[in-house]
Design a protein around this ligand. Structure first.
Ligand SMILES: [Zn+2]
Length: 306
């Protein structure tokens, strides 16, 4: 999703609660584990499935919620042009022989079981049936097993559970780090990811080869936010896929060449062109995460692509 524009002056109960959390965090100071030493690994919970062992990368598509929305005009599309104005919110897990990467953390697990009226933000209704944590457990993965956390960008529908994975090494573009913790940071959403400030991180500018073998690459695609990144995964049977982040939201943005008006003057057009070229070069598929057509047809976790 894109940030509501203009921003709403009045926020819901959820955001007011988060603001209070922000104040509490600010007054509590840095947590005890804020030092450079990695946090102690928690014991593996009893009864959890064994951690999958792989010889080539495996990609899981995880249900991290749904956004109900009916203003495709904000993306310069009409209701007639868009097959479904709602948006899926996936998280992705890559299990590689050398480690595990979580890409995006979706809507907050705290929304599960709460009434919809509590969870409307900027016109987006947030529906969440299953926790990310529980779906990872169904795969056989706990937070302590995850080597790396990366987010496509820091909007609230992508960082809802980021604090739960602050024990992993956070892979971030410098521009997004500055955007998230600089003077322009939104106090209402910062508490969703505030723990990342104190954890281990790798900060870079441009593309980043996560495991050093070219199979999992964060692609610098600024525009939607200053440090937005997509993720390329090269799979042995499926082939190459690029996870779009919010470089596109609706599939019709790609076919009809539309984007939010305010992004026309950002790097989004250049980032889209670069990704289109990359897709051709690598003969890779584009998976648009917010497209309900993509999500409903995808093999969902605990199934996988390899
Ligand atoms: Zn989004």
């Amino acid at each position: 999703m894109k940030m509501p524009f203009p921003r709403l002056a009045a926020r819901g109960a959820l955001s007011r609660g988060l603001t209070l959390v922000a104040i509490a965090l600010a007054s509590a100071g840095a947590p005890a584990w804020a030092a450079d030493t990695p946090p102690a690994r928690l014991p593996r919970p009893p009864g959890i499935a064994p951690l999958p062992k792989v010889s080539s990368p495996r990609l899981y598509v995880i249900d991290c919620g749904t956004l109900t929305y009916n203003r495709p005009e904000d993306y310069q599309l009409t209701r007639e042009e868009v097959a479904d104005t709602n948006m899926s919110v996936p998280c992705f897990l890559v299990i590689h022989p050398k480690g595990i990467l979580l890409f995006d953390t979706g809507l907050s697990d705290r929304l599960v079981g709460r009434p919809l009226w509590e969870n409307v933000d900027g016109g987006y209704g947030q529906i969440k049936f299953n926790t990310l944590r529980g779906q990872l457990a169904d795969i056989g993965v706990t937070a302590a097993d995850i080597t790396y956390l990366a987010i496509s960008h820091s909007h609230w529908d992508h960082v809802g559970n980021a604090n739960d994975y602050a024990g992993s090494i956070w892979l971030t573009q410098k521009a997004e780090l500055d955007f998230m913790f600089g003077p322009g940071a939104d106090a209402a959403y910062l508490p969703l990811y505030s723990a990342l400030a104190h954890g281990r991180k790798e900060v870079f500018e441009g593309d980043h080869d996560v495991f050093g073998d070219g199979t999992v690459i964060l692609k610098f695609t600024p525009g939607h936010t200053p440090g937005h990144q997509a993720l390329y995964v090269k799979l042995a049977k499926t082939g190459g896929v690029v996870l779009s982040g919010d470089l596109w939201h609706y599939a019709e943005e790609r076919t009809l060449h539309r984007m939010p008006k305010e992004e026309e003057s950002t790097s989004t057009p250049a980032s889209r062109e670069a990704v289109e070229r990359f897709l051709k070069e690598r003969n890779a598929h584009l998976w648009i995460g917010h497209s309900t057509a993509f999500f409903s047809n995808a093999i969902k976790s605990p199934g996988w692509y390899d």
